[in-house]
Design a protein around this ligand. Structure first.
Ligand SMILES: NC(=O)c1ccc[n+]([C@@H]2O[C@H](COP(=O)([O-])OP(=O)(O)OC[C@H]3O[C@@H](n4cnc5c(N)ncnc54)[C@H](O)[C@@H]3O)[C@@H](O)[C@H]2O)c1
Length: 171
């Protein structure tokens, strides 16, 4: 099949693309390279550089937002030394009021500040219409069926992402 993968130059999308190619599909990656990398697109896929919101508008009648991974967004502020992290709302029904994916935005920010040893500037911006208060991917099924257990916690994920960002900046 000919398949379109949006964000295929990113972390999740590049792995999905590689798997689809291995399964014999022809993959077109649509990515604006805002956080992704052209060299992360697996060999055999066609990379089209563009904004999924525009293509999505043509294909699906409109997409409200394309979520990008929070940790690289925070670390980019630390790496560049300018700008600030936007936290969209601090009055959600969660322990610290910010929305999150298992960890809250503030918890992720704190972990990034710890591993970068920087005080990363942030501001509380208005809520975005499309954000849920809590979004959690459960690992119960993979633990029950395959015995898989996560080996790393938030701090290690932030440390690995920081090492990756620094290595790319120095390359
Ligand atoms: N990384 C994880 O562990 C994880 C876990 C659960 C869910 N997710 C979700 O999966 C999605 C991808 O995460 P990721 O870690 O691969 O992030 P990523 O930043 O590595 O990849 C996102 C990709 O999308 C591209 N992109 C962003 N906006 C675009 C636009 N408007 N048009 C075209 N391309 C655009 C970026 O350039 C990048 O290549 C996110 O929604 C994230 O919240 C990630």
């Amino acid at each position: 099949m000919r398949l379109l993968v949006t964000g295929g130059a990113g972390y999740i999308g590049s792995v999905v693309t590689a798997r689809l190619i291995a399964d014999g599909h022809h993959v077109i990656v649509l990515d604006d390279l805002s956080t992704g990398h052209a060299d992360a697109v697996p060999a055999g896929a066609d990379l089209v550089r563009g904004d999924a919101r525009e293509a999505g508008a043509l294909l699906a009648g409109g997409i409200d937002a394309v979520e990008t991974h929070l940790i690289p967004s925070i670390l980019a502020v630390a790496l560049q030394g300018t700008g600030q992290v936007d936290i969209f709302g601090d009055d959600y029904p969660t322990p610290d009021g910010t929305c999150g994916s298992g960890f809250s935005n503030r918890e992720v920010l704190t972990a990034c500040q710890d591993v970068t040893e920087q005080r990363i500037p942030f501001r509380i911006a208005p809520r975005r219409r499309v954000d849920p208060a809590v979004l959690v991917a459960s690992s119960h099924r993979i633990a029950a069926d395959l015995g898989w257990q996560p080996a790393y916690g938030l701090r290690q994920m932030a440390a690995d992402a920081w090492a990756f960002a620094c290595a790319r900046a120095c390359a």
